[in-house]
Design a protein around this ligand. Sequence first.
Ligand SMILES: Cc1ncc(COP(=O)(O)O)c(C=O)c1O
Length: 390
Amino acid sequence: ILKIGYLTDMNPTLTYLDNSATTQIDPGVVQVMLPYLTNGCGNPSSEHRLGVAAREVLDAARRSVAQAVGCSAPEVVFTSGATEANALAIRGTTVSSKRRHIVMSAIEHSSALGHSSWAEQQGFEVSIVLPNPSGHIDPESIGALIRPETALVCVQHANNEIGTIQPIEEIGQTIKQRNEKTLFLVDAVQSFTKVPLDIRKARIDFLSISSHKIHGPKGVGALFIRRGLKPQPLFAGGSQENRFRPGTENVPAIAGFGAAVKIAMEKLATTSIQTAALRDRLIQWVREEIPDVSENGVPGPRLPHHASINFHGARAETLVHLLEADGVIVSSGAACHASSPRPTHVLRALGITRDEGTLRFSLSRFSTQTDLDTVIQALKKAVTIARSFR
Ligand SMILES: Cc1ncc(COP(=O)(O)O)c(C=O)c1O
């Protein structure tokens, strides 16, 4: 049961359904990390035996990640997380590219989409592709934009707010049919070890992933770089990570990431079935018990552990805090500030123009029926109160 002790509060336990934001570290992962935090842990670049031992830790983690991604170990570059992985792929490939056109979906994470204004300042043309009203990207809407000068296309596998899964294989194949030289970056942070993806079939050149979304430690992630590609490193320094990522590797975190990947892959099928069953029960209950609700990300494929629900007539921020007061942690689908409640760029791309009381419920393999019962109890009360404030 995922009950996080909340040290600064009188409330000793919380029901945590915000796993798309971050996840609890698996206790097995902590055990793997501990020796590298507490005992002597060498610098992987050192020649002596402590360095050799640290290198072996990195090698084992790299093999674990590579197996899950479906690539060879040298194609995995460890980074500080997916934000850096996206930056390395986007800036590292486009900075010296003669082709000056980039295509991105409108619902990319800000760690990818945020580079669009930089790219425009550098003289790139950036085409932004809108999803359909359910939040899915039509491969043809990408294909239609590919030109001889298109350097990079960036589409995430699954969306962090509405959980939609994109047809990455079709998108990748469409891109390469139009222009074999156009590179394809897929942000797989939300789907990695949760939804299978064949990176070769999808013709993916770069894939970004993050440890803290899969019950690993924060501050570590990876970029798959297809063999032969050479993005420019983001900073100068040593020759670590095949020269793509200078800086001493975070050995304990990388060891934990490798372990988290292994555990998640072993549990992929059962986690998917379990979380989808709980998620579907939650949605059914909401539909039966709470009037005037709608869902985002449907119809169409979406993450099994994820639901994005609009509680019309309520403010999302109010709902989040009312639920929190009852020990239930979820996130608002709209980044609301007290003074200017405004839907996020993802919700706006779906046509949602004002705060519709959107909540994101994201489960994990630690979620239980008890968690669901707690949420259900708290939700009806929270929605009634929040609606009365409007
Ligand atoms: C889709 C997506 N991409 C990238 C990131 C950034 O990952 P990190 O926290 O490892 O930098 C996140 C994190 O929320 C995400 O959800």
